[in-house]
Design a protein. Structure first.
Length: 275
């Protein structure tokens, strides 16, 4: 009888051990949640976590400035990964990489970067890209972006540098932004730029020089206008293009097409938009 009780006791002991193992395995989801909460506070200074590759890797991280900097890479397996951040890009801000690099641009202000859920910046709408011999990203919409790239080559023998040029990256306070949006006297119309071929642009906000064209002191004329286009630069101001002949208005006209190309809001006719 004692022998039978011993067998039952051993059987129950094994069952309890198995049950405990199954129960403990469920803690993984809680650990993942805790990890994601920690990652949300990640500054990127010592690397940027990248998820969505089937695993999480710690990539190199570089904050882009007007001074040339070496791109930092992180190694995972046989591939080198990098994440670069440009905070507060404006229309006309360029990111210049010293050589050709395959990359993807995401709309994001800070690490971590989740490739499976991050918003992909639209090539041709938010930025344009030239890839020879350097890789140059030209932003056509203001915002903050993370640039993700990877390479098999060892960066110590195949290095990469990055900088910004073009329209400077600017940071302004909330009170300044409120002043712009409410038409503050010192931050409304500043100057105009004549682009020729029937395009003239009125500048509002903090910009001090033309992104293109010839600087004018007076506002663009509204005489003979066929339409206007308003482009909002988040936290910086507005550029309002006034279209005259030889451009034509209308939904499918040249003026509307031009406005769509710079991600603006088009208004057909002689009534010019204001900030």
């Amino acid at each position: 009888m004692n022998w039978m009780m011993s067998k039952i006791f051993i059987f129950l002991l094994v069952f309890v051990v198995i049950l405990s193992t199954v129960h403990c395995s469920g803690e993984t989801s809680k650990n993942d949640t805790a990890t994601s909460l920690l990652l949300a506070k990640e500054s990127g200074t010592n690397g940027c976590t990248v998820a969505g590759l089937g695993t999480q890797i710690k990539a190199g991280y570089t904050g882009i400035t007007t001074t040339a900097k070496s791109v930092s890479f992180g190694l995972s397996g046989d591939t080198h990964y990098a994440v670069m951040q440009i905070a507060g890009a404006q229309i006309g801000t360029r990111v210049v990489l010293s050589r050709y690099a395959k990359l993807t641009v995401y709309v994001s202000s800070s690490c971590p970067l989740d490739l499976s859920s991050a918003i992909l910046a639209k090539d041709g709408t938010e930025y344009t890209k030239v890839e020879s011999p350097e890789t140059i990203i030209n932003f056509t919409k203001s915002g903050s972006y993370l640039i993700y790239l990877y390479q098999k080559e060892d960066p110590s023998s195949y290095p990469l540098t990055v900088l910004t040029d073009g329209t400077p990256v600017q940071v302004i306070s909330d009170s300044d932004l409120t002043d712009i949006l409410n038409g503050g006297s010192t931050k409304t119309f500043k100057f105009a730029c004549d682009l020729g071929s029937g395009v003239c642009q009125n500048y509002y906000g903090y910009l001090t020089s033309c992104l293109s064209g010839t600087k004018q002191t007076a506002k663009c004329t509204e005489t003979g206008a066929v339409g206007s286009c308003k482009v909002t630069q988040s936290g910086v101001g507005y550029i309002i293009s006034v279209y005259t002949a030889p451009l034509t208005g209308g939904g499918g006209g040249t003026a509307a097409t031009h406005c769509t190309g710079v991600s603006g809001t088009y208004l057909d006719g002689s009534t010019i938009q204001t900030p």
